[in-house]
Design a protein around this ligand. Structure first.
Ligand code: COA
Length: 152
């Protein structure tokens, strides 16, 4: 598997990006502002992540997704580690990520890769998404914010 930056003339893998965020409008907006990276296997895109600079020295991992059929094989973890490495090499001091209160697997993965919970944006998903979101039998209402210092 090879992880690389998406070329300017390539279309972002929208189907994959929508796995991590149900709103096409929101995805298109942040993909235009951020940098998109893809994981490829035999010329097929099987994973994606997007880095978006938010404040000076801070970047947000705004979307990370692995194709349904490829999940649970360690690809998500490799993408997450690549995102941390890329952010560090680009000179950022902090990397942040946000996920739903119902995203149990993601909270597990992010904390295992060094992220710490720094806050909760109460009712974020209720305010920003017209449809109710349910995951693991839990109503997704709040955004759990996580962060990691990128030590040199
Ligand atoms: N509960 C507990 N642990 C879980 C889990 C769950 N539901 N899902 C994954 N994990 C663990 C794995 O066991 C593994 O831990 P280990 O290294 O100790 O064995 C670790 O998380 C990473 O698993 P990995 O196989 O690398 O994850 P993946 O390739 O399936 O990718 C996602 C993870 C989240 C990117 C993938 O599931 C996905 O694309 N989901 C849909 C999009 C999404 O929700 N994106 C995040 C938006 S915030």
């Amino acid at each position: 598997m090879n992880i690389r930056k998406l070329n300017k003339d390539e279309k972002p893998p929208m189907k994959l990006l929508l796995l991590a965020d149900p709103s096409k409008v929101i995805v298109e907006e942040y993909v235009n502002r951020g940098e998109c990276f893809v994981a490829e296997n035999q010329q097929q895109i099987i994973g994606v992540y997007v880095l978006l600079p938010t404040r000076p020295e801070t970047v947000e991992l705004i979307n990370i997704a692995v194709a349904d059929t490829q999940q649970g094989k360690g690809i998500g973890k490799q993408l997450l580690k690549d995102a941390i490495r890329t952010a560090k090499l680009s000179g950022y001091k902090t990397i942040e990520i946000g996920t739903g209160n119902s995203s149990i697997g993601q909270l597990f993965l992010y904390q295992k890769c060094g992220f710490r919970i720094i806050g909760v944006d109460i009712d974020f998903f209720v305010r920003h998404y017209p449809e109710e979101i349910f995951e693991n039998g839990i109503h997704c209402r709040d955004m759990v914010r996580l962060s990691q210092d990128l030590l040199v």
